[in-house]
Design a protein around this ligand. Sequence first.
Ligand SMILES: [Zn+2]
Ligand SMILES: [Zn+2]
Length: 283
Amino acid sequence: MNTTAKLISLHGGHSGQYCSHARDPLEAIIQRYIELGFSKVGITEHVPPTNDNFLYPDETKLNLTAADLYKRFEDYFKNINCLKKKYASKIKIFIGMETETYTGYVDHIKNLTSKFQPDYIVGSVHHVDDNSFDYSRGEYERIALLYGSYEAMYEKYFDLQYEMIKELKPFVVGHFDHIKIYDEDYEKRLLLPQIVQKIKRNLILIKTLDLVMDFNLRALNKGAKEPYITTSILKRAAEMGIIVVPGDDSHGVNEAGDHIDKAIEILKALGFDTQWPEPRLLT
Ligand SMILES: [Zn+2]
Ligand SMILES: [Zn+2]
Protein backbone atom coordinates (compact mmCIF):
# COMPACT_ATOMS: atom_id res chain seq x y z
CA MET A 1 0.00 0.00 0.00
CA ASN A 2 1.20 3.45 -0.86
CA THR A 3 1.85 5.54 2.20
CA THR A 4 3.87 8.29 0.60
CA ALA A 5 1.42 10.05 -1.69
CA LYS A 6 3.20 13.07 -3.10
CA LEU A 7 1.82 16.56 -2.78
CA ILE A 8 0.13 17.54 -6.00
CA SER A 9 -2.50 19.92 -7.34
CA LEU A 10 -3.84 19.52 -10.86
CA HIS A 11 -6.20 22.47 -10.80
CA GLY A 12 -5.09 25.91 -9.72
CA GLY A 13 -2.31 28.43 -9.97
CA HIS A 14 -4.63 31.15 -11.22
CA SER A 15 -2.58 34.32 -10.83
CA GLY A 16 -3.30 38.03 -10.67
CA GLN A 17 -1.15 38.38 -13.77
CA TYR A 18 -3.62 36.48 -15.98
CA CYS A 19 -6.90 36.40 -14.08
CA SER A 20 -8.76 39.47 -12.82
CA HIS A 21 -10.24 37.67 -9.80
CA ALA A 22 -6.89 36.21 -8.66
CA ARG A 23 -3.82 37.77 -7.04
CA ASP A 24 0.00 37.75 -7.26
CA PRO A 25 2.48 37.06 -10.07
CA LEU A 26 2.51 33.52 -11.46
CA GLU A 27 6.20 33.07 -10.65
CA ALA A 28 5.59 33.82 -6.95
CA ILE A 29 2.88 31.15 -6.88
CA ILE A 30 5.22 28.59 -8.43
CA GLN A 31 7.93 29.50 -5.92
CA ARG A 32 5.40 28.89 -3.16
CA TYR A 33 4.67 25.37 -4.45
CA ILE A 34 8.39 24.65 -4.46
CA GLU A 35 8.72 25.99 -0.92
CA LEU A 36 5.85 23.73 0.18
CA GLY A 37 7.62 20.67 -1.24
CA PHE A 38 5.48 19.97 -4.28
CA SER A 39 7.34 17.90 -6.86
CA LYS A 40 4.58 18.27 -9.46
CA VAL A 41 1.96 20.92 -10.07
CA GLY A 42 -0.57 21.73 -12.77
CA ILE A 43 -1.20 25.38 -13.61
CA THR A 44 -4.58 25.83 -15.26
CA GLU A 45 -5.44 29.41 -16.17
CA HIS A 46 -8.98 30.22 -17.32
CA VAL A 47 -9.46 30.37 -21.10
CA PRO A 48 -10.33 33.75 -22.64
CA PRO A 49 -14.00 34.20 -23.61
CA THR A 50 -15.28 33.79 -27.18
CA ASN A 51 -16.71 37.32 -27.13
CA ASP A 52 -17.44 40.30 -24.89
CA ASN A 53 -20.80 38.86 -23.75
CA PHE A 54 -18.94 36.32 -21.62
CA LEU A 55 -16.68 38.73 -19.76
CA TYR A 56 -16.92 38.42 -15.98
CA PRO A 57 -18.03 41.52 -14.04
CA ASP A 58 -14.49 42.01 -12.66
CA GLU A 59 -13.18 42.10 -16.25
CA THR A 60 -15.87 44.51 -17.46
CA LYS A 61 -15.10 46.78 -14.53
CA LEU A 62 -11.49 46.95 -15.72
CA ASN A 63 -12.71 47.78 -19.25
CA LEU A 64 -11.16 44.59 -20.62
CA THR A 65 -12.39 43.05 -23.87
CA ALA A 66 -12.35 39.47 -25.13
CA ALA A 67 -9.48 40.52 -27.42
CA ASP A 68 -7.50 41.82 -24.42
CA LEU A 69 -8.04 38.53 -22.60
CA TYR A 70 -6.92 36.55 -25.62
CA LYS A 71 -3.69 38.56 -25.64
CA ARG A 72 -3.28 38.02 -21.92
CA PHE A 73 -3.76 34.29 -22.48
CA GLU A 74 -1.01 34.31 -25.13
CA ASP A 75 1.25 35.96 -22.56
CA TYR A 76 0.30 33.29 -20.02
CA PHE A 77 1.49 30.53 -22.33
CA LYS A 78 4.71 32.34 -23.14
CA ASN A 79 5.45 32.89 -19.46
CA ILE A 80 4.43 29.46 -18.17
CA ASN A 81 6.57 27.76 -20.83
CA CYS A 82 9.54 29.86 -19.62
CA LEU A 83 8.81 29.13 -15.95
CA LYS A 84 8.47 25.41 -16.67
CA LYS A 85 12.03 25.41 -18.03
CA LYS A 86 13.41 27.79 -15.42
CA TYR A 87 12.24 25.66 -12.48
CA ALA A 88 12.54 22.23 -14.13
CA SER A 89 15.15 21.01 -11.64
CA LYS A 90 12.90 21.93 -8.70
CA ILE A 91 9.36 21.14 -9.78
CA LYS A 92 7.61 19.48 -12.69
CA ILE A 93 5.07 21.94 -14.04
CA PHE A 94 2.18 20.73 -16.18
CA ILE A 95 0.78 23.49 -18.35
CA GLY A 96 -2.96 23.49 -18.43
CA MET A 97 -6.04 25.58 -19.05
CA GLU A 98 -9.53 25.50 -17.57
CA THR A 99 -12.47 25.41 -19.98
CA GLU A 100 -15.81 27.12 -20.26
CA THR A 101 -18.99 25.75 -21.82
CA TYR A 102 -20.82 28.68 -23.36
CA THR A 103 -22.03 28.82 -26.97
CA GLY A 104 -19.24 27.98 -29.38
CA TYR A 105 -17.04 26.43 -26.69
CA VAL A 106 -16.20 23.20 -28.50
CA ASP A 107 -14.52 24.86 -31.49
CA HIS A 108 -13.08 27.59 -29.25
CA ILE A 109 -11.39 25.13 -26.87
CA LYS A 110 -10.20 22.92 -29.72
CA ASN A 111 -8.66 25.95 -31.44
CA LEU A 112 -6.94 27.10 -28.24
CA THR A 113 -5.67 23.56 -27.64
CA SER A 114 -4.14 23.23 -31.08
CA LYS A 115 -2.65 26.72 -30.98
CA PHE A 116 -1.15 26.65 -27.48
CA GLN A 117 -0.53 22.92 -27.03
CA PRO A 118 -1.11 22.72 -23.29
CA ASP A 119 -0.04 19.55 -21.47
CA TYR A 120 -3.69 18.96 -20.52
CA ILE A 121 -7.11 20.50 -20.04
CA VAL A 122 -9.32 20.91 -16.99
CA GLY A 123 -12.92 20.54 -18.16
CA SER A 124 -15.15 22.77 -16.05
CA VAL A 125 -18.71 24.01 -16.33
CA HIS A 126 -19.40 27.51 -14.94
CA HIS A 127 -22.39 28.34 -17.21
CA VAL A 128 -25.68 26.70 -18.12
CA ASP A 129 -27.35 27.94 -21.31
CA ASP A 130 -24.83 30.79 -21.38
CA ASN A 131 -25.75 31.97 -17.88
CA SER A 132 -22.89 32.12 -15.40
CA PHE A 133 -24.17 30.45 -12.21
CA ASP A 134 -21.14 30.57 -9.92
CA TYR A 135 -20.26 34.25 -9.83
CA SER A 136 -22.96 35.32 -7.40
CA ARG A 137 -25.77 33.86 -5.33
CA GLY A 138 -28.20 36.31 -6.95
CA GLU A 139 -27.41 35.04 -10.44
CA TYR A 140 -27.58 31.44 -9.22
CA GLU A 141 -31.05 31.97 -7.87
CA ARG A 142 -32.18 33.86 -10.96
CA ILE A 143 -31.09 30.94 -13.17
CA ALA A 144 -32.85 28.39 -10.96
CA LEU A 145 -36.05 30.44 -11.31
CA LEU A 146 -35.57 30.45 -15.08
CA TYR A 147 -35.71 26.65 -15.08
CA GLY A 148 -38.42 26.51 -12.46
CA SER A 149 -36.42 24.62 -9.83
CA TYR A 150 -32.96 23.84 -8.48
CA GLU A 151 -33.45 20.25 -9.64
CA ALA A 152 -34.03 21.33 -13.24
CA MET A 153 -30.90 23.51 -13.09
CA TYR A 154 -28.87 20.57 -11.74
CA GLU A 155 -30.13 18.38 -14.59
CA LYS A 156 -29.13 21.01 -17.17
CA TYR A 157 -25.71 21.23 -15.57
CA PHE A 158 -25.01 17.52 -15.62
CA ASP A 159 -26.26 17.21 -19.22
CA LEU A 160 -23.96 19.99 -20.34
CA GLN A 161 -21.09 18.43 -18.40
CA TYR A 162 -21.71 15.11 -20.17
CA GLU A 163 -21.55 16.83 -23.56
CA MET A 164 -18.40 18.74 -22.57
CA ILE A 165 -16.62 15.57 -21.39
CA LYS A 166 -17.56 13.75 -24.58
CA GLU A 167 -16.48 16.60 -26.85
CA LEU A 168 -13.28 17.72 -25.12
CA LYS A 169 -12.05 14.65 -23.23
CA PRO A 170 -10.40 16.82 -20.56
CA PHE A 171 -7.75 14.89 -18.62
CA VAL A 172 -9.13 16.45 -15.43
CA VAL A 173 -12.85 16.99 -14.91
CA GLY A 174 -13.02 20.14 -12.76
CA HIS A 175 -15.17 20.45 -9.61
CA PHE A 176 -17.65 17.80 -10.79
CA ASP A 177 -20.60 18.98 -8.67
CA HIS A 178 -19.94 22.72 -8.95
CA ILE A 179 -23.68 23.31 -9.43
CA LYS A 180 -24.18 22.85 -5.68
CA ILE A 181 -22.24 26.07 -5.01
CA TYR A 182 -25.00 28.16 -3.38
CA ASP A 183 -27.46 25.39 -2.51
CA GLU A 184 -27.78 24.61 1.19
CA ASP A 185 -29.75 21.43 0.42
CA TYR A 186 -27.32 20.03 -2.09
CA GLU A 187 -26.71 16.74 -0.27
CA LYS A 188 -30.37 15.81 -0.55
CA ARG A 189 -30.63 17.11 -4.08
CA LEU A 190 -27.62 15.13 -5.31
CA LEU A 191 -29.37 11.95 -4.15
CA LEU A 192 -32.61 12.47 -6.12
CA PRO A 193 -33.06 9.57 -8.57
CA GLN A 194 -33.24 11.72 -11.73
CA ILE A 195 -30.02 13.49 -10.71
CA VAL A 196 -28.21 10.37 -9.52
CA GLN A 197 -28.94 8.81 -12.89
CA LYS A 198 -27.13 11.68 -14.66
CA ILE A 199 -24.25 11.61 -12.18
CA LYS A 200 -23.78 7.89 -12.77
CA ARG A 201 -23.91 8.38 -16.53
CA ASN A 202 -21.20 11.07 -16.32
CA LEU A 203 -19.03 8.95 -14.02
CA ILE A 204 -19.24 6.02 -16.44
CA LEU A 205 -18.09 8.30 -19.26
CA ILE A 206 -15.19 9.56 -17.14
CA LYS A 207 -14.18 5.99 -16.36
CA THR A 208 -14.54 4.84 -19.97
CA LEU A 209 -12.37 7.68 -21.24
CA ASP A 210 -9.83 7.09 -18.46
CA LEU A 211 -10.09 10.68 -17.17
CA VAL A 212 -9.42 11.85 -13.64
CA MET A 213 -11.61 13.93 -11.33
CA ASP A 214 -10.57 17.10 -9.54
CA PHE A 215 -10.93 16.96 -5.74
CA ASN A 216 -11.40 20.70 -5.56
CA LEU A 217 -10.47 22.18 -2.20
CA ARG A 218 -11.16 25.87 -2.67
CA ALA A 219 -14.63 25.53 -1.15
CA LEU A 220 -12.92 24.91 2.20
CA ASN A 221 -11.34 28.37 2.01
CA LYS A 222 -14.80 29.81 1.51
CA GLY A 223 -16.22 28.11 4.57
CA ALA A 224 -17.94 25.10 2.93
CA LYS A 225 -17.99 21.93 5.00
CA GLU A 226 -16.57 19.70 2.28
CA PRO A 227 -14.77 20.05 -1.05
CA TYR A 228 -16.15 19.38 -4.49
CA ILE A 229 -16.75 16.39 -4.95
CA THR A 230 -19.30 15.73 -2.21
CA THR A 231 -18.91 12.49 -0.23
CA SER A 232 -21.81 10.59 -1.84
CA ILE A 233 -20.32 11.07 -5.32
CA LEU A 234 -16.79 10.53 -4.09
CA LYS A 235 -17.81 7.11 -2.79
CA ARG A 236 -19.35 6.17 -6.14
CA ALA A 237 -16.14 7.25 -7.89
CA ALA A 238 -14.09 5.14 -5.49
CA GLU A 239 -16.25 2.06 -6.14
CA MET A 240 -15.83 2.58 -9.88
CA GLY A 241 -12.06 2.84 -9.61
CA ILE A 242 -11.95 6.40 -10.96
CA ILE A 243 -8.80 8.35 -10.10
CA VAL A 244 -9.41 11.51 -8.08
CA VAL A 245 -6.59 14.06 -7.76
CA PRO A 246 -6.42 17.06 -5.40
CA GLY A 247 -6.73 20.56 -6.82
CA ASP A 248 -6.31 23.62 -4.61
CA ASP A 249 -7.88 25.90 -7.27
CA SER A 250 -5.53 28.52 -5.86
CA HIS A 251 -6.04 32.14 -6.87
CA GLY A 252 -2.99 33.60 -5.09
CA VAL A 253 0.20 32.75 -3.19
CA ASN A 254 -1.66 32.43 0.11
CA GLU A 255 -3.93 29.69 -1.31
CA ALA A 256 -1.26 27.58 -3.03
CA GLY A 257 -1.20 24.09 -1.55
CA ASP A 258 -4.11 24.72 0.81
CA HIS A 259 -5.76 21.57 2.23
CA ILE A 260 -3.82 19.15 0.00
CA ASP A 261 -2.68 17.06 2.99
CA LYS A 262 -6.25 16.80 4.21
CA ALA A 263 -7.43 15.85 0.71
CA ILE A 264 -4.88 13.05 0.46
CA GLU A 265 -6.02 11.77 3.84
CA ILE A 266 -9.68 11.72 2.76
CA LEU A 267 -8.85 9.99 -0.53
CA LYS A 268 -6.74 7.36 1.19
CA ALA A 269 -9.45 6.68 3.77
CA LEU A 270 -11.93 6.03 0.95
CA GLY A 271 -9.52 3.60 -0.68
CA PHE A 272 -8.46 5.74 -3.66
CA ASP A 273 -5.18 5.11 -5.44
CA THR A 274 -2.87 8.01 -4.58
CA GLN A 275 -0.22 7.27 -7.18
CA TRP A 276 -1.16 10.20 -9.35
CA PRO A 277 -1.06 9.77 -13.14
CA GLU A 278 0.71 12.43 -15.23
CA PRO A 279 -1.63 14.72 -17.14
CA ARG A 280 -1.78 14.49 -20.90
CA LEU A 281 -3.78 15.72 -23.86
CA LEU A 282 -6.42 13.27 -25.03
CA THR A 283 -7.89 15.08 -28.02
ZN1 LIG B 1 -10.90 31.68 -11.17
ZN1 LIG C 1 -13.54 26.51 -12.09
